[in-house]
Write a protein that binds this ligand. Structure first.
Ligand code: MCA
Length: 504
């Protein structure tokens, strides 16, 4: 059997080839057959460049049909797909290219030739750009080629994609996600969320992360559901298209914004059967307000880049606010403390095992080993407890990661840069409450009295050149001394308590 994910998706939607697969409102509709041909054109383009199974391709392109065509083409060729957040700076992109050593780097059209120079400096064999318009020259070239109807033979363990996630060290790690990880997760989600070819998924998420690319796209394609494909989350577009949809996936910020919209009324959600939330904790306030307004209980689920989806609240059954439900079929979870497996309701670090768990971090064997137990459980770093029915409630993270509007922000990555800036002696990045984004990073700084004072704007300018916007601290607080414990470790918990409401 060919475990190529694209082959599995195709086998599931080939009975609906003439059905509309993707609708871009007021612009274009693609059938499943059109989508299959589009991906075959992109496969032909990759093949023509000499890419083959196991080669890597990095792209930093805008959400578009071309981005989907490229993703599916990589799957069908067995080429390893690495998408990058479109707000990553050149510095961040350079790190990823050095780490992955792709054969091809695809970017959105640029006004400068920074990426061209970067690719030649880093010996990337091919650099291409592609935009989102029909008259894009590279798209026209690709569509002029004979489609390549390839289904490269893959097994479950073959790597389909490498997505970057960071951690306490501050340097991003490439999570190797296999065809088997993706197919097992998509099949499980189709089953537990009741996806069918009658469904219409409203897709407003970016497609450079797990949520929008795998959880939303793969599950919908596998189910031959229709996708209403929005360029991004814009409240008016969402309101306008919800009436034509049956399912929506989003981060909590999407639901906070919707529930506060006057026009978000019965006419808008009349055809909706399911609202799914993830990537960040859904507040009980949003859950309650949403239920009060729509009588829909948002279904919260829990996952990670390294594991795809781990648990979900039930479709039929109690969706208890503040919990993330039960493990997916074939997925096992446990709570542990210092290596001891805890019993029910005891708080500990959550570990997971199953066909959804990734293959490790790209070229980081030692780091990978640290993240798995002797008996093969992945240590998530999240803290929670499992009750006697097996339901998981998360209560925090053992790392000090911040989730801002669904994007993960790693303090270390920012602190490393701050500590190189003259005028800053020490820094601590903490997450504080944000009414729209859930959490936001702020910087607690100690001046270096030996240096000239530096302004907050100057600090922001330095950071803007190196980090994506969503990572930039929303506020800078100067204090005399960072609180540390006997080991000299910064007491971030005390800082969070002290400044938790500073942005509200
Ligand atoms: C945009 N901005 C942000 C964020 N997004 N700042 C902080 N946090 C953010 N998340 C900044 C932009 O840089 C810009 O800054 C300004 O806000 C306006 O940009 P815009 O795009 O209009 O912002 P927005 O519409 O308010 O976007 C907020 C958003 C968006 C809609 C919540 O961030 C979003 O779609 N988030 C989804 C993230 C996601 O897909 N997460 C899944 C990760 P300036 O104006 O200065 O340029 S996968 C995952 O977490 C796991 C595996 C899982 O379980 O799903």
């Amino acid at each position: 059997m060919n475990h190529n994910l694209y082959k599995i998706l195709y086998e599931n939607f080939k009975l609906d080839l003439d059905k509309i697969c993707i609708e871009i409102p007021d612009y274009k509709k693609l059938s499943f057959k059109d989508l299959d041909i589009l991906s075959a054109h992109f496969a032909s383009f990759l093949y023509d460049l000499g890419l083959k199974k196991g080669d890597r391709m990095i792209c930093q392109i805008d959400k578009s049909l071309s981005a989907i065509g490229l993703y599916l083409a990589c799957l069908r060729m067995g080429v390893i797909y690495t998408p990058l957040n479109t707000s990553y700076t050149n510095d961040e992109v350079e790190y990823f290219i050095k780490n992955i050593e792709p054969k091809l780097f695809f970017s959105k059209p640029k006004l400068d030739d920074d990426f061209e120079n970067m690719c030649s400096k880093l010996d990337v064999p091919f650099f291409k750009t592609i935009g989102t318009k029909d008259n894009d020259p590279v798209l026209i070239e690709i569509l002029s080629m004979d489609p390549l109807n390839i289904f490269e033979n893959c097994n479950d363990q073959d790597v389909a994609a490498i997505l970057f996630t960071s951690g306490t060290t501050g340097k991003s790690k490439g999570a190797m996600i296999t065809h088997g990880n993706l197919s097992s997760n998509a099949l499980a989600l189709k089953e537990i969320w009741g996806f069918t070819n009658e469904d219409v998924l409203l897709h407003a998420l970016p497609i450079f992360h797990v949520h929008g690319l795998f959880v939303a796209l793969n599950t919908a394609l596998l189910s031959a559901s229709k996708i209403i494909f929005l360029e991004k989350f814009k409240i008016d577009d969402v309101i306008e298209n919800l009436a034509k949809s049956t399912v929506m996936m989003g981060v909590p910020t999407y639901y906070n914004r919707l529930v506060n919209e006057e026009v978000f009324g019965e006419k808008v959600y009349k055809n909706m059967r399911l609202f799914i939330s993830g990537s960040a904790p859904l507040t009980e306030k949003t859950f309650k307000e949403f239920k009060k307004k729509t009588n829909h209980s948002i279904l919260e689920r829990y996952g990670m880049t390294e594991t795809g989806m781990i648990t979900s609240n039930p479709l039929d059954g109690d969706r208890i606010k503040g919990t993330v439900g039960f493990p997916l079929p074939k997925v096992k979870i446990r709570a542990t403390k210092e290596g001891k497996i805890l019993s029910e309701d005891e708080k500990g670090v959550i570990e997971v095992k199953g066909p959804n768990v990734f293959n490790g971090y790209w070229r980081m064997k030692e780091k990978t080993k640290e993240e798995f137990t002797e008996d093969g459980f992945f240590i998530t770093g999240d803290v929670g407890q499992i009750d006697k029915t097996g339901r998981l409630t998360l209560s925090g993270r053992s790392s000090d990661m911040i989730i801002s509007g669904g994007f993960n922000v790693y303090p270390k990555e920012i602190e490393i840069i701050l500590n190189t800036i003259p005028g800053i002696k020490e820094s601590a990045i903490i997450g504080v409450k944000h009414s729209d984004l859930g959490e936001s990073p702020i910087a607690i700084l100690v001046r270096d009295s030996k240096e000239q004072e530096i302004s907050d704007n100057d600090i922001t300018d330095v950071l803007n050149g190196k980090l994506a916007k969503f990572k930039i601290p929303k506020s800078f607080i100067w204090i005399d001394k960072l609180p540390v414990n006997a080991m000299g470790k910064v007491q971030k918990k005390n800082l969070r308590i002290k400044y938790e409401k500073i942005l509200l």
